[in-house]
Structures are given as C-alpha cells and as structure tokens.
Design a protein around this ligand. Structure first.
Ligand code: NAD
Length: 708
C-alpha cells in the first residue's frame, strides 16, 4: 500500500515505518495527513499481526537529523472550537493506544530532533534507541507554547522515567541529549546513527532490560500516595516561585499529571485531553504560539529562507575590550571564530579577557562545557594592541567608548588594515549609523550591530541599516546572527534605533511618576505584576543613570518633547548616584552586585508627597507610552512590521511573552481602547508625552489591528 508521508516496508516479517517520505523538508511534523496515514498503516499492521504475518515494528525517519519535530502547530491553531480540539486529541490518543496495545515488540529509532508528539509516539514503543549524534535532542516543549503534551506524554513519560524526571522535562520543556536520555531511562541504548536500524532489528525480540535495584525501589516509593502528594506540592511551589503565577500551562500540567499518577490509562488520557483543550483555547497559549511564529519569521530574510550560499564569516575581531567587547569576544570564541580582541592598553585587554573567562567558567560550572573546551575557547581569543593580524578577519565588531569622533577615527585607521571584503560593524547604542559611516572609504560594507548587555544572556541583536549599505552585507549579517544563535531583527537607522527608542518613554515616565511622588517600590511592584522581569527602578539601576541621561538626551534632541526626561534624573546623577555600577541606585548593591535595601539617601532627592495612584493606572502610564512610541517607530519606518517590534521588546527588554508582545498586547486590549486611554492621559497628564501618533490614529480610523 502506498502512503504519501510514510514509507511502509515489510521485511522479514518486520514492519518498518519511515517518516519524512517524499519530503525535502529539514523537519518532519505530525500534520493531519501524517496522523491519518499513521492510523491507516497501524490498522493494516494490526490485522497482519493477527494473521502472524508481522512480528515486530520499527519506527524510523528518512530525514537526516530529524525523527519527528512534533505536531504541526498550524494544525493546533486551525482548531477553533472546544469540541474540535477535544475530538482531534482523542483521535490522536486512539492511534497511539492502538500502537501501544499491539502484541508485538516495537522499537523507535531516533536520530536527530524528536520533540513533542514525536517523543510521545516513541513512548508507545517498548524500546527507544537513539543516535549519539550531536543533533539528537529529545523534548516535550509544549509548555513553552502554553500547552501540555496532549498525545499521552503526561501519562506515559512518568511511567517510563519516574515522576520527578518527567516533571522536570515536561515543566521546563528542556532538551535532553542522547547520553542523558539513556541515564534517565528515556532511551534504552545509544548507537552511532549508521547502526541504529541494524541494532533495532537485532534488539527487537530481546527482552527488556532488568530494572536496577534503585529503580525498583523508586517505583515502590512512587506507589505511595503521600510521596506523590509531597512531590507535586514541592513542584507546584517551585513553579509558582519561578513563574510568579503568571503562566497557566505549568499549573495545569501539574494537576493533570498528579491526577494521572493514580488512575488507569483511560482516565489519565481523558484528563490530559481536557487539560490540553482548555489550554489550547486560552489567550496565553495563543500569544505564545504567536511568538513561536514570530521567531520562525526571524529565521527568514524578507520572507525567504536563509540561503546556504550566503558567504560564511569565519574569523572575527572586536575593537574595545570593555563590558560589551569582552562579551562579544566570548560570543565569537564560543562559535569557533578565534577572535582578535583589540584595545589601547594591556589593562583593558586583561579586563576583557577576564570578562570572557567568567562567562565560560559559568558554563563549565553548569556542565554546559567541559574544562578542556573552556581552555580551548578561552585560548582562542587573541588579545592585541595593534592591527597587524587584521588581514585574516572577515568581520569586525567595534565596541569602543560611545564617542562619535573616536569611533570615526578608529574606523579610518581600521580601513587600512582589513581586507576589502571584510564587514565592519558598530555596537553603538545611540550614535547615528548614517553619520558614523560618513568618513568611510567603503560605507557599503558597514552597518550597526547592536548587542544587549550581558551578551551571553540577551538573545537579541539589532542589525541597523543605512542608505549606503549593500543588501548582500545585510543578508550576510542576518545569516551570521542566526548561525551564532542570536535572534536578529533588521531595523533602520534612527535615534535609539528600535529597542532603546521604545524603552526611553518607559524610563522617562518612571522618573515623571517619581516626581509626582510615587515611590520606586510602588512603580517596581506595578510593573512586576504586569509580568515584566524587572521593575523600572531596578532597570534604571542596571542601565546606569548617566547612560540613561545620555541616551535620553540623544533621543530627546531628535524626537522632541514627548521623549523629554524630568530634571530629577539629572539631579540624581549630579548627587553622585549612578545605579548598580557604583552600588548606589534606587537600591543599594554590594560588591558582588547583589541588591540590598532601598537607597534612602536617593529617596531624599525625590519629592516627599504620597501618591495614591492605583497599580493599574501606573501600568497604563508606563506601558502606553511604549505602545505609542512603537507606532511612531512604524510611522518613521524604523521597523517594517509589528512583528519586528514584538521580537525586539520580548528578546531585548523581557516584555512578558505570555502577553504575546507589546503590539499583540495592544491588539488584545483593543486599539480603540489604547487610543482612548492615550487621549485621556494627553489631557490629564501631559499633552506632549501621550500625544498619539498619526499612525495609531489612522489604524483605529480604518478599524485595523497589528495582526489579523
Ligand atoms: N554597556 C552596555 O550596556 C552597552 C549595551 C549596548 C551597546 N553598548 C555600546 O557598546 C560600546 C562599548 O560600550 P562598553 O559599555 O563596553 O564601554 P566600556 O567603556 O566598558 O569599554 C570601552 C573600551 O573601549 C576601549 N577603547 C577606547 N578607545 C579605543 C580604541 N581606539 N581602540 C580600541 N579600544 C578602545 C577602552 O579602553 C575600553 O576598554 C559603546 O558604543 C556603547 O554605547 C553598550
């Protein structure tokens, strides 16, 4: 029998089911047709088993590096009603139960990505063999989409690897590599990928491995209701601490898994189906799936997949070994680009190297890197005080102090030493890219490459274009940013580029609220309860008050009154408070940077009046100016689409993902309401700072949304 998506072969009474048949795609997914064919093929196998014509089943993939990447997310999003979702999940359960219940041995051979529904399918098999390839990762990442594993994962995984391990995997959605999968009992054996099928055949009929004493003991302990209750109670506490109660999916996972731990398969799966349906319909899951598609969009250049033929960038150099230079050198070394790190004196170089080394050593502590790898990568950074080795460099990232004349002088000198085809970039946070390339001999190979601090933690990178840059160079930098596992957005040149421009009115309004008598604790609390990872007072401490004043002056100078900061921040800087960097911000900090109590001395500089503004009104005062500024950025063509802004604020500012992004949040609230609230604040608070953009007004007039 022929199938479109599945290769079904019968050899020596063994049924081989191969995914990725007739496909040139890099990833296989469980879409509607694949699920239908899976049901059909197993109905055939079931009949043949009865006639003893099939004695074993081997699941495998024809796609190198991918077993199954999970259920097609478009399929989930296409299901609208509760009844439709429930029916689809139950149909999935019926297929997977049929596979599990076949009275012949089944083995899943996994080479590469095996996620979500792919892993749940493997869990219906008696044995799971995985390849030792670096590409082999197993995960149930549904929680990241605000969902739970809906094809039996909540029921089968704890029975295979124990409740604590299963909770860890399902609640974090984290990837498990081959060796760890074997250690935790998820995989039975690890082999070279070329040997997988052969080993599957030879192990198909061998009996299951005997459990170790410790595993038998653990199973016995887990049978105790009180033990299970204790484990779930602790897991719930930990989830609430980590998510601050903002996320529904982990809590639903816990309740489904706890119920499933003491009932039969039928009841357990019914609970899973009900939980999945409820989550799939929630606004939170819709927002998180929306972000998934936005991130997928960043992997394309002008809606086209990134071409493999984009010229590879192999060797990098960083100018300036300060806070950012050290972090960027680390990024290059981590991606095997053996960077040169140039500064003007030895002391600065040592500082940059120690910065990189501290990042690497954290990876060693977390066991993400071996000591040997650490030594190799650290040694691959070559400190230098001159440009003598710059001929070998493909990419230069400038991160010297934020002064336009200095940067221009640096580029002028640099151009004499690099090859004609080397790309030159600047990590400036506020200087116009257009202006910076004025003196360059070849401006077409220059652009802005704005990383966020700390480089190893912040995924976002803004690629800033200008009128003379060549499209090939933009393409190359976009492909490079993806290759070093960053999330790139391409934006046009303009004050503060995109992310800092949107951040500025948020920070500025914070200071105006302080001026009105709000306390910093009140503001931080309000923004934390909106879901941001950090309050605006804490954030200003991190940014540094002097830097905030500098950036605000640049942005105010070009965008005018709506971005004007209150003089209060300037006075705070004058009084010697700079934020975390000198341990004296709105909060005190110790030498290690740990936040201590509130800084009462700084408080004395703020007006001493109590401000009885409601938490919801503080949130409006701080979030609406960001939304408004985002629409000004669209109006000024800094960003082409709302998606660029939402990726920027989520990955650059930590805007809460469960809200789907700043402009998705605006859509969810309703643009009519956003505009009405802005107009109200324009009258009541400031006619400058809350003046709605024409872009927003036009959208409302034409009844449009950012996303449809
Ligand atoms: N710090 C941040 O949070 C942050 C974030 C994003 C972007 N940026 C931008 O990154 C750049 C660097 O910022 P930073 O915070 O790392 O500064 P920094 O002061 O920590 O480091 C600057 C380094 O540049 C070196 N330098 C000065 N002149 C040089 C020259 N001619 N050649 C080589 N090195 C030279 C200095 O010795 C110093 O080590 C700035 O443009 C800044 O706006 C900073």
């Amino acid at each position: 029998m022929n199938f479109e998506k599945i290769l079904y072969e019968l050899k020596d009474k063994i049924a081989y089911i191969g995914f990725g048949f007739n496909s040139s795609k890099k990833m296989n997914v469980l879409d509607k047709l694949t699920l239908t064919e899976l049901r059909e093929v197993f109905e055939i196998i079931k009949k043949e088993v009865e006639g003893k014509k099939i004695t074993g089943v081997i699941l495998h993939s024809l796609t190198p590096g991918c077993f199954l990447a999970g259920v097609d997310i478009n399929l989930i999003s296409s299901l609208q009603s509760e009844a439709e979702i429930l029916r689809t999940v139950e149909e999935g359960h019926t297929i997977f139960n049929m596979i599990e219940d076949l009275k012949i041995p089944k083995v899943a051979c996994i080479d590469g990505v095996c996620m979500g529904g792919g892993l749940e399918l493997a869990l219906t098999c008696d044995k799971i063999l995985v390849s030792e390839s670096d590409n082999t990762v197993l995960a149930l990442p549904e929680v990241k989409l605000g969902l739970l594993p809906g094809l039996g994962g909540t029921y089968r995984l704890p029975r295979r690897i124990g409740i604590p391990n299963a909770l860890d995997l399902i609640l974090t959605g984290s990837n498990v590599r081959a060796k760890k999968a074997k250690r935790m009992g998820l995989a039975d054996e690890v082999y070279a990928k070329e040997k997988l099928l052969e080993m599957a055949k030879s192990q198909l009929f061998s009996s299951a491995k005997k459990l170790k004493r410790s595993e038998v003991l653990e199973k016995m302990i887990m049978k105790q209701l009180v033990v299970r209750k204790f484990i779930f109670k602790k897991a719930r506490e930990s989830v609430l601490e980590k998510t601050k109660g903002f996320y529904q999916a982990p809590l639903k996972i816990l309740s489904v898994m706890e119920a499933g731990s003491s009932c039969n398969r039928k009841t357990g799966l019914a609970k899973e189906a009900a939980g999945f349906t409820q989550l799939a319909l929630s606004e939170q899951s819709k927002n998180l799936r929306h972000i998934f598609f936005l991130v997928e969009g960043t992997k394309k250049y002008k809606a086209e997949p990134v071409q493999d033929r984009v010229k590879k960038i192999k060797k990098g150099a960083v100018l300036g070994a300060g806070t950012m230079g050290g972090g960027i050198a680390w990024l290059l070394a981590d991606n095997y680009m053996s960077p040169l790190l140039k500064d003007v004196n030895k002391e600065a170089l040592e500082l940059g190297l120690s910065q990189a080394s501290s990042v690497f050593s954290k990876s060693v502590k977390k066991k993400h890197m071996t000591e040997e790898e650490f030594q190799r990568k650290q040694r691959s950074i070559s400190p230098t005080l001159d440009y003598s080795c710059f001929k070998s460099v493909d990419l230069v990232i400038e991160a010297v102090v934020e002064k336009i004349d200095l940067k221009k002088a640096v580029f002028k000198e640099l151009e004499n030493y690099v090859r004609e085809d080397a790309i030159i970039t600047s990590n400036t946070s506020s200087i116009s890219i257009e202006k910076m390339c004025e003196g360059l001999k070849r401006p077409e190979r220059f652009l802005g490459l704005h990383f966020f601090n700390p480089v190893n933690m912040m995924p976002l990178v803004e690629i800033i274009t200008h009128s003379k840059v060549s499209e090939e160079v933009v393409k190359q930098m976009h492909a490079w940013a993806l290759a070093v596992k960053k999330t790139p957005i391409i934006v046009n040149d303009g004050p503060g580029f995109l992310v800092n421009r949107i951040l500025t009115p948020f920070l500025s309004e914070t200071v105006w609220l302080l001026e009105e008598g709000c306390s910093v604790e009140q503001l931080d609390r309000a923004i934390l309860s909106f879901g941001m990872p950090m309050g605006p007072g804490r954030l200003l401490d991190e940014v540094g008050f002097d830097v905030a004043v500098h950036v605000s002056e640049v942005i105010y100078g070009q965008l005018g009154e709506r971005c004007k900061f209150s003089d209060l921040l300037h006075n705070i800087v004058q009084a010697g408070f700079l934020g975390k960097k000198n341990h004296k911000g709105f909060y005190y900090y110790n030498e290690q940077g740990k936040q201590l109590g509130i800084n009462e001395e700084l408080k004395k500089l703020c007006p001493n009046k109590s401000c009885k503004i409601a938490e919801e009104d503080i949130q409006k005062r701080l979030i609406l100016p960001m939304i408004n500024e985002a629409t000004y950025a669209l109006q000024d063509k800094i960003a082409e689409h709302a998606s660029t802004i939402d990726i920027g604020v989520i990955f650059g500012l930590g805007f809460p993902p469960f809200r789907g992004g700043l402009l998705k949040y605006a859509d969810n609230v309703g643009l009519n309401k956003i505009l009405a609230d802005l107009k109200e604040l324009e009258v009541k608070v400031s006619s400058n700072r809350f003046k709605p953009s024409q872009y927003l007004q036009d959208m409302v007039a034409h009844n449009k949304n950012f996303y449809n």
